[in-house]
Design a binder for this molecule. Structure first.
Ligand code: CA
Length: 713
């Protein structure tokens, strides 16, 4: 309460005094502010900035505006001046997930990195104003086994909002860094977690969660009053147990598309990433995720569309009442989320002005949907899509390939559950009329032979409880696994396409300067000509860049900010990222801010070459190592990397002294010694399990040692 009172007083002062001049009291003695230059702030400023068509002074939301185009009209940095772009300042961040989108309001940058640790920086100077740490890992329990920390942060009326791994939604005073209110968005024993950015729209904060890849979760999104944290509404995305009665007509309708005791599996459909607000119609658009489990044969007796999985669902912003839906993948069986960012635009299609929603979900098609009624306008593949050749424009349903639900044995197709597009946001430039997609081109084989409803089991809140085996690979003969695709959503034709050095690349930003910005795992941060894809500028960011950049203007100067460092689920594909030499322990994580004529320098990047831990007592035991490998693949690989080749999201265990000592290993894996760092406890693993795991990791260390010896011969 005390914090809230102070926050309100300071907020009042901030509104009364136009320039940010000393009204922001320091959160502690490190945070004294020197008088800032006059800035055109005011209570109307940030709010106006949330509308598409605003002048771009601020970047006050994940996708800048309600419509989330990840576009700014600012044009001081343009195709001609961009060659003068240089670093103005950098701020080091501690270990933890840095793959997160910042926001900027009135000359202050807000970030939520690691497990939702919030920081405020003075945008022109990089001075740290305050830090707020919700200590999420310590209270997450088993929820720490899922997710990797925050991908973003929201702002409304003097407060910033973060979701935490353990399920809190917290409002923090933007001036002081003190918490104002906090609500639990789900129960302590539920295997849900928050990694996505909350969204603040018109006095509300809306948040969903993840969990349906790992546990029997029934998805929902909840809206809270931005000032008080009072719940306004909750919308479930899949129907619950009919015996308990349905919450609304939409759930009764959805239940007709499910079979068997689906509710005992949760059903899934989590709103873990994409939420957009259509101000024209006062509608919240929710992008829903995969089924729980993925395999429809287990979840719903192999039958039905299973609404509202993998759908865009429109609900009334004030009440949460259902308006319409468009299901991208009826009967979803592949983790083909419709939860990738949705971008709202006004386009002229076939001579008619249309209010559209553009999205590029995991399944590889670019959808243009009428956002007033959910009717499909067009859909075309932006990568190779062999799971379906086309989408029927009359029914809105995909023309699926045979056996695509693995009805009769295994099936191989493109794209994959990694996505043709994952959470790194795309961008839409109303100036060029193009959508820019960080595209992924991989192949998957699904096989559920031997897995039945009778023997399917959740294994305790871990990844890979899918009810089907999935094997993601580079398609035979393909050299490129990732592209930057520029696509015309009106004509549904490609404008240009650039091959990338890896499948996983950064989120995008387009600007009124005719530019598109994107970071990459090779540490390059690049500006492309939005019309042609020509590289006009590139900087060494000193670390992998996968987060989406932002741009804003302070005192008449345009800045570009991006957070460098490797994070989120990329670690599972450690072997595919090994060539970039990214290490959890030694990589830099930094907030980087650029402007024209910036002259700051980064220390040279240290490229990581893994060196196996010295293990003189190691003796080969293939049977124990094989047992350990299967535990590792189920529980550890998602962060520590396939084959224990880490991709920078968790330590490379082949190089870790912890694998040499049963006691140290037990203290970490079983007793939770490193929980505060984000390493979960696995108390259910027996002493034998732990020895098997250790044997596997020591074997992988020995393999690494042998490989290094060979490479030096
Ligand atoms: Ca999923």
């Amino acid at each position: 309460m005390h914090a809230k009172t102070i926050g309100s007083l300071l907020l009042g002062a901030a509104i009364a005094l136009p320039p940010l001049s000393g009204c922001h009291a320091p959160a502690d003695n490190q945070n004294e502010r020197s008088p800032a230059p006059t800035r055109d702030v005011g209570p109307a400023g940030w709010r106006a900035q949330l509308t598409d068509g605003s002048n771009g002074r601020d970047w006050p939301a994940f996708g800048r505006t309600y419509g989330e185009q990840h576009y700014s009209p600012l044009n001081q940095i343009d195709t001609a001046t961009v060659k003068r772009l240089g670093l103005v300042w950098s701020a080091d961040l501690p270990a933890g997930n840095p793959a997160t989108g910042p926001i900027e309001v009135a000359g202050i940058i807000y970030t939520a990195t690691g497990y939702s640790v919030v920081r405020a920086f003075d945008a022109p100077t990089g001075k740290l104003l305050w830090t707020y740490d919700p200590h999420a890992p310590e209270v997450s329990g088993h929820k720490l086994r899922q997710g990797w920390g925050s991908r973003g942060i929201a702002y409304w009326n003097g407060k910033v909002y973060v979701g935490t791994q353990d399920g809190r939604l917290i409002a923090v005073d933007a001036a002081t860094g003190q918490p104002v209110w906090s609500v639990e968005t789900f129960g302590k024993d539920e295997q849900r977690f928050i990694s996505g950015p909350p969204r603040a729209f018109d006095g509300m904060v809306i948040i969903g969660h993840g969990g349906a890849d790992e546990a029997p979760i029934r998805g929902y999104a909840t809206a809270y009053d931005a000032e008080t944290g009072k719940q306004m509404w909750r919308f479930y995305t899949v129907p619950g147990d009919p015996a308990k009665g349905f919450e609304n007509k939409a759930m009764a309708m959805a239940a007709k598309t499910w079979s068997g005791p689906w509710w005992t599996y949760g059903g899934g459909g989590t709103v873990w990433n994409a939420i957009t607000y259509d101000r024209d119609t006062d509608t919240i658009l929710l992008g829903t995720g995969n089924g729980a489990p993925w395999n429809r044969k287990i979840r719903s007796q192999g039958k039905g569309d299973n609404l509202f999985l993998c759908s865009i669902v429109a609900v009334d912003a004030k009440t949460g009442a259902y308006k319409w839906h468009y299901q991208i993948n009826p009967g979803e069986s592949w983790d083909f989320n419709a939860a990738m960012d949705m971008e709202l635009a006004d386009l002229t299609i076939d001579g008619r002005p249309r209010k559209v929603l553009i999205t590029a979900p995991k399944n590889g098609f670019l959808y243009v949907i009428d956002r007033t009624d959910g009717k499909l306008i067009s859909a075309k593949p932006f990568v190779t899509t062999t799971w379906a050749k086309s989408i029927d424009l009359k029914t809105g349903r995909p023309n699926e390939a045979p056996n695509i639900h693995y009805e009769n044995g295994s099936v191989t197709f493109r794209p994959t559950p990694v996505g043709a597009h994952s959470w790194p946001p795309m961008a839409f430039s109303p100036q060029s009329g193009l959508v820019y997609i960080p595209a992924i081109d991989l192949q998957v084989t699904y096989d559920d032979r031997g897995i039945t409803p009778a023997n399917f089991k959740w294994i305790g809140g871990m990844a890979l409880d899918y009810g089907v085996r999935s094997d993601v690979r580079v398609p035979a003969g393909e050299k490129t696994q990732g592209y930057l695709v520029a696509w015309n959503p009106v004509t549904q034709q490609q404008a240009w396409r650039l091959p990338m050095a890896s499948h996983f690349n950064g989120g995008l930003m387009a600007t009124g300067g005719g530019l598109v910005f994107q970071g990459h795992p090779d540490s390059s941060f690049t500006a492309y000509d939005a019309k042609t894809g020509k590289i006009l500028w590139s900087a060494d960011a000193g670390a992998a860049v996968v987060a989406p950049p932002i741009t804003y203007s302070v005192g008449g100067k345009q800045y570009v900010t991006v957070i460098a460092g490797m994070g989120t689920s990329a670690g599972l594909f450690g072997p595919m990222l090994a060539k970039f030499g990214i290490d959890y322990r030694t990589q830099a994580r930094r907030v980087l801010t650029f402007a024209l004529d910036g002259k700051a320098k980064l220390p040279p990047r240290t490229r990581y070459t893994p060196k196996a831990v010295d293990d003189a007592d190691f003796k080969l035991d293939p049977a124990a190592a094989a047992a350990g490998e299967s535990i590792f693949n189920m529980r550890c690989a998602v962060c520590h990397g396939g084959g224990a080749v880490a991709g920078g999201t968790a330590p490379d265990l082949r190089t870790s002294g912890a694998i040499l000592s049963p006691d140290v290993f037990t203290s970490i894996v079983h007793d939770g010694a490193l929980v505060a760092n984000g390493m979960p406890r696995f108390e259910e693993l027996s002493a034998e399990d732990r020895e098997h795991l250790r044997q596997y990791l020591r074997t992988r260390a020995a393999d690494l040692k042998q490989a290094s010896v060979k490479s030096h011969e």
